[in-house]
Design a binder for this molecule. Structure first.
Ligand code: GDP
Length: 341
């Protein structure tokens, strides 16, 4: 009996946190997986080093539509997940135009490539809770009005509405997943969760000045302290590995739509710090943290909390990993990494 043809998925940003988890998930679902990755002089492939023999990677960039077209023409995917972006909010004030090019215009380039080459591709856009910014209601749902507070948030709003428009105008199966913050041991060190768990791991291992650099290009732990900004901001943090399954589920439905993916809980940065230090038996965490103005933002998103009721109802998705468990996973992974080095 002839075997069923494998489905094909193309992932932009395959080497990022979400790209790598999604690639693993899709391989587990028996997909052929393809990825687009930017060429860098020092390749950033750590997250997918264990997958390189099972996925095909194209050189490409969201700033170069021809590279996207070429990848689509070569692998003829059934599904395309657009996870590439300039994804760090703080950098978006330093590089607002580049952020717009990649995070906003990048979406329209991918959708144009789909429209012109293979319009039956099912498309997933990585939208973000940063679109809510100065929140107009809590919890935030698919119908909450957007009020972005950074060039990143503005660019994501453009990407979201572009996705909706291509669905309504050209009948493309395009879904927007409004994912709240989602973290993991693969999160970049510039994000608050990883900055904390890596810092805690260094301190627990007796490393007073760490080799890894922070956004200000200095040691992330210096003289036994981690420098942080606003500890009062609150986020709805989930586990990235749980969240990629929701992306896939959206593309398996009869009709394309938009969904909030969140845990429904919020915690402050301070609680995250406290919990992470607790994992290594430290209760007087204040001794190891220094507040530094450089890590504050020109405009803050004070609190985010999403409702995934629609995703639960329609997709049958719900978050599996609780806050404390997530912090533990991340601290443990950072300690293991330091010990193995
Ligand atoms: P974001 O929600 O996409 O901006 O994710 P981040 O992990 O970068 O930031 C989450 C929150 O942590 C924001 O409200 C930041 O202001 C706050 N924060 C406080 N100190 C820091 C810090 O040192 N680095 C980062 N990245 N964020 C910090």
């Amino acid at each position: 009996m002839a075997s069923k043809k494998k489905k094909r998925a193309l992932i932009t940003g395959i080497n990022g946190q979400d790209g790598s988890y999604l690639a693993e998930f899709l391989l587990g679902e028996n997909y052929e997986v393809f990825g687009i990755m930017r060429r860098l002089s020092v390749p950033n492939v750590e997250n997918i080093s264990h997958l390189v023999d099972r996925v095909k990677i194209y050189d490409g960039d969201l700033l170069d539509e021809s590279s996207i077209v070429r990848a689509i023409q070569d692998c003829r995917p059934d599904e395309l997940y657009n996870l590439a972006a300039q994804s760090f909010v703080k950098s978006s004030w330093h590089q607002p135009i580049f952020t717009g090019e990649a995070t906003a215009m990048g979406v329209i380039r991918v959708l144009e490539a789909i429209r012109n080459t293979k319009p039956d591709i099912k498309f997933y856009q990585a939208s973000s809770s940063e679109m809510y910014g100065e929140v107009e209601e809590t919890p935030q749902t698919e119908t909450t009005r957007f009020h972005p507070r950074s060039p990143y948030g503005v660019a994501k709003v453009f990407g979201h509405w572009t996705t909706v428009n291509y669905r309504e105008s050209f009948d493309i199966f395009a879904c927007s997943g409004i994912l709240f913050n989602h973290e993991s041991p693969r999160r970049g060190l510039e994000f608050i969760t990883r900055k904390i768990t890596y810092g805690v791991a260094c301190i627990a291992e007796g490393i007073k000045t760490s080799p890894a650099v922070n956004e200000e290009k200095e040691s992330l732990v210096k003289n036994g302290k981690i420098k942080l900004g606003n500890l009062d901001a609150r986020r709805d943090w989930g586990y990235a590995k749980d969240y990629v399954e929701a992306m896939w589920l959206m593309l398996q439905q009869k009709k394309p739509d938009d969904y909030v993916i969140a845990t429904g809980e919020n915690h402050s940065i301070k609680e995250f710090v406290q919990e992470a230090f607790k994992c290594v038996g430290v209760t007087n965490w204040q001794k190891y943290v220094q507040i530094d103005k450089r890590f504050f933002r020109p405009a803050e998103v004070e609190v985010l909390q999403g409702s995934c009721a629609k995703a639960k109802r329609v997709l049958g998705w719900k978050p599996k990993t609780k806050f404390k468990e997530l912090v533990e996973i991340m601290v443990k992974a950072d300690i293991d990494k330091l010990r193995n080095k």
